[in-house]
Design a protein around this ligand. Structure first.
Ligand SMILES: [Zn+2]
Length: 241
C-alpha cells in the first residue's frame, strides 16, 4: 500500500486510516446532510480537519498533474503547484464551504427606518460548479426594513456575499442562497438582489464568447408586492451602472 502523509489521518475517532474527506463524508451521510458543491459543511468539520483536507487535496492535485504528464519534480514552475492549488481551494476560493458564516452584529431598528437602502456594487468572486472556472461579477442588494428588522453594517453585506460566493457555484443558486441568508439575518420587509457576472468558462473554453455576461435577480416580500418599489430599486441601479 502506498504511504500517505500522516496529516491525512486523525487517530482519535473511528474510521482512522480513512482519508479525512471520507470521514467528513461519513458524518454528513449519517446526518442525512446534503454536501453539494455550494453547500456549507462547516458544522461537520472537527478541529484540524481543514489542515488535513488541505494536505489530502494537495496529494490529489499532484496526482492530477501526474496524469497530465507534467514533470512536477523536474519542472521548477510546477514543483509547488499542488500545494498552492490545494491552499487556494480549501482556504481561499472555496473556503465558504468549510468555515461558518462570519459573525454579524445586528442592531435593532430603533429609528424604525422604512426607506429603501441599496448596497453595492459588491464584488462577487466565485467559480462555476461545472468547470471550476472563475466567475467575477457585481452584486446589488436592496433592503426595505420594517420595525422588526435587524440592521447590519454595510461591510457585513460584503462579508456574507463573499462567504456564499466562495464555493463552486451556479449563479442562479448563488443569488438564492444569498437571499436566504440575508432574509434570515436582516428579516426585512422586502429584499432585492441583482447579480451580474462574467463566466470565465465562456472565455477560456467552449464558445469563447468574450462578451457574455449573465444577470440574475431575486425579489422578495415588498419588492414582489409593490411594482413601484421594484421600479425604484431598478432605476437606482441603472443610474449607478
Ligand atoms: Zn462553467
Amino acid at each position: 500500500m502506498a504511504t500517505m502523509p500522516t496529516a491525512l489521518f486523525r487517530h482519535d475517532e473511528p474510521g482512522r486510516g480513512l482519508p479525512v474527506s471520507a470521514r467528513i463524508r461519513e458524518r454528513l451521510v449519517r446526518a442525512g446532510q446534503r454536501f453539494h458543491a455550494n453547500d456549507n459543511i462547516a458544522a461537520y468539520l472537527h478541529d484540524g480537519d481543514i489542515d488535513a483536507l488541505r494536505s489530502e487535496v494537495e496529494e490529489r492535485i499532484r496526482d492530477v498533474l501526474d496524469s497530465l504528464v507534467i514533470d512536477t519534480t523536474g519542472d521548477h514552475n510546477t514543483h509547488e503547484t499542488a500545494r498552492r492549488v490545494a491552499k487556494m481551494f480549501v482556504t481561499e476560493v472555496f473556503k465558504g464551504r468549510y468555515v461558518p458564516m462570519p459573525p454579524i452584529t445586528e442592531f435593532p431598528n430603533v429609528e424604525k427606518l422604512n426607506e429603501l437602502t441599496i448596497v453595492g456594487p459588491i464584488t462577487a468572486r466565485s467559480a462555476c460548479s461545472h468547470h471550476l472556472c472563475p466567475i467575477l461579477g457585481k452584486v446589488w442588494i436592496g433592503v426595505m426594513p420594517n420595525e422588526q428588522s435587524s440592521l447590519i453594517g454595510l461591510s457585513k453585506y460584503a462579508r456574507i456575499c463573499d462567504w456564499v460566493m466562495s464555493r463552486p457555484q451556479i449563479q442562479e443558486e448563488a443569488v438564492m442562497q444569498l437571499a436566504n441568508v440575508l432574509e434570515a439575518t436582516v428579516k426585512p420587509d422586502g429584499l432585492a438582489i441583482v447579480i451580474e457576472a462574467d463566466h470565465f468558462c465562456m472565455h477560456w473554453r467552449g464558445v469563447k464568447d468574450a462578451d457574455s455576461r449573465m444577470t440574475n435577480s431575486v425579489m422578495r416580500g415588498s419588492f414582489l408586492r409593490d411594482p413601484d418599489l421594484r421600479r425604484e430599486f431598478l432605476s437606482l441601479l441603472a443610474r449607478k451602472a
